[in-house]
Design a protein around this ligand. Sequence first.
Ligand SMILES: Cc1ncc(COP(=O)(O)O)c(C=O)c1O
Length: 499
Amino acid sequence: MPKKLDGAILGAVQIDRDASILLHHQIFSGMRDLILSGSLGSGVRLPSTRVMMQELGVSRNTVRQAYDQLIAEGYLYGRDGSGTFVATDIPDTPFEPSDFVQSFVANEGTNVASLSERGRKIANRVVLPGFGEARPFAASLPALDQFPSKLWNRVMARQWNRQDLKRQGYGDVAGYRPLREAVATYLGSARGVVCEWKQIVILSGTQQAFDIIANILLDPGDSVWVEEPSFRGIHNILEAAGARPVPVPVDQYGLNVEAGLAQDADARAVIISPSHQYPLGVSMPFPRRLEVLGWASRTNGWVIEDDTDSEFRYAGKTIPALQGIDRHERVVYVGTFSKILSPALRMAYLVVPKGLIDPVTTAIGIVSRGVTTQLQSAMADFMTEGHLATHIRRMRKVCLERQQVLVEAVRRECSDLLEVSPTDTGLHLVGWLPDDVDDVDAYERATKLGIETYPISKYYSSPHNQRGGLMLGFASAPPEEITRGVRILAKALHDVRAS
Ligand SMILES: Cc1ncc(COP(=O)(O)O)c(C=O)c1O
C-alpha cells in the first residue's frame, strides 16, 4: 500500500497571491522543500490535481504545471492511472534544469522589488523554451530533415570570402538591400504583396517584428483585437507593451469584425492571420477581408497581418495576402523564414506602409544593429538564384504527403477518438476530441509518451464552447515517424478515456 499524504503537510505549501512569483512555481518550490527536508517521504502518494486545486484554491492547471515540473526534475513520478508519488531516489540538488524550468528559476531568482512596474509584468510572463527536436507532431517546425544543407552551405561559404569590405562593417539596420529587394520580389509574386523594397525590414523573428510594431503604434492602455483562439506570443508582446489584448471570436471566416466592434469599438489595431488562422486553420474570405480593411480605414486602425505559413498551399489557388488589397496604407505585414526554411536562421521580415519606414527603422536602431549581414547576404543569394522557390515547391509535396500519412493513420488507428480533416494550407491541423476527453489530459498523457502536441483550449483567453482538440504538426517528422507517432497517440487517448 502506498503511504498517504498527511493533510497537515499539504497545509505547509504556502501560497502568496501578492507575490510576483507564479503560483505554480510557488507550489513547486513548497513541495520540493517538503520533499528535500524529508517531510514528504519516498513513495508517498500525492493528492490528485483536483483535490490539490480545491485545497489550495488555485486552478487545476496551476497544480498540473507544478506537478509536471516536479516530475521533470525527478522529485515525483506518475504511475499509469494510479496517481502521483514521491520518487524513491530523491536528488538532493535539482538536476540541470531544462530551458523551460530555467525560465521559472530566472523569475524566482530576480530581485523583483528592484524592477520597474513594466519589468515586473514582463518577468511574470512565461515564454516558450527553445525546442528543436523534430518529434511528431511539433506544430511550429517545418520539415527540418529536408533542409537544403548542401546548397545553403555553398551559398554561406561565399560570404566571408568576398573582397567586399563594406559588408564586413555595420549594415543598414532595416536590412541588407539585396535581401530587401529579393524579399519584395518574392512577396509580390508568391503572396500578392504590393510594395517597394524600401518597405521591407529584416528582423530576427516575427516576435521581434511584433515588438517593434507595438512600440511604434501602441500606447499603454490601447486595446488591440486579437483572434480568440490565437498564437500566445502575441499576448506576451501586447501585455509587455502595456496594451490590452481584446480576444475576438474566430468563426468559419476568421476574426469576426462585428463581435470585435461589440466588444471594443475603440481598438487601435487588430492582429490577424487571415490566410491560415492560427491555430484553427480557417482562411478569411474576400468579403471579411474587406470588412477588416473597411474598419481600419474608417477608424485609422492598424491591421497587423501574421502570414507565417501561407506558402504551404496544397489545393486551390494561393490566397493572396490582405496587404495586397489594402488601398489606405493600414496593413503591416509580418512574414518569416522559420517555416519555409528553418527557425534556426532567426530571420523574418516586415512590410510596412511607407509612412512607417523611418519610425520602424529608428525603433530597430535603438535596440539593435539588425541581423547578421552575411546571413542576409546568403539569403539574398539563395533567393535570387532560385533555390528558395525550388525548395518551397519541393516542401509543398513533402508536406502534403506527410499530411496524408497523418490523416490516414489517425483514421485507421483512432477514428473514434480523434477527428481530423485535411487542411489546404499550413503545416498543422487540429485533431478534434470527443466531448468526454479533456484536451489537457490528452496532451499530458501524450507528452509523457514522447509525443509533442498542444491542447487547443490553451490558445483561448477565456471560457469557450469549443470542443477539445490537439494541434498536430505534420511537417516536422518523416512519414514512418508520423505513423509510429499516431500509434502512440492512439494509446495515450485510449488511456485517457479509460482513466
Ligand atoms: C502564428 C505564428 N506566428 C509567429 C511565429 C514565430 O515565428 P518566428 O520564428 O519568425 O519568430 C510562430 C511560430 O511558431 C507562429 O506559429
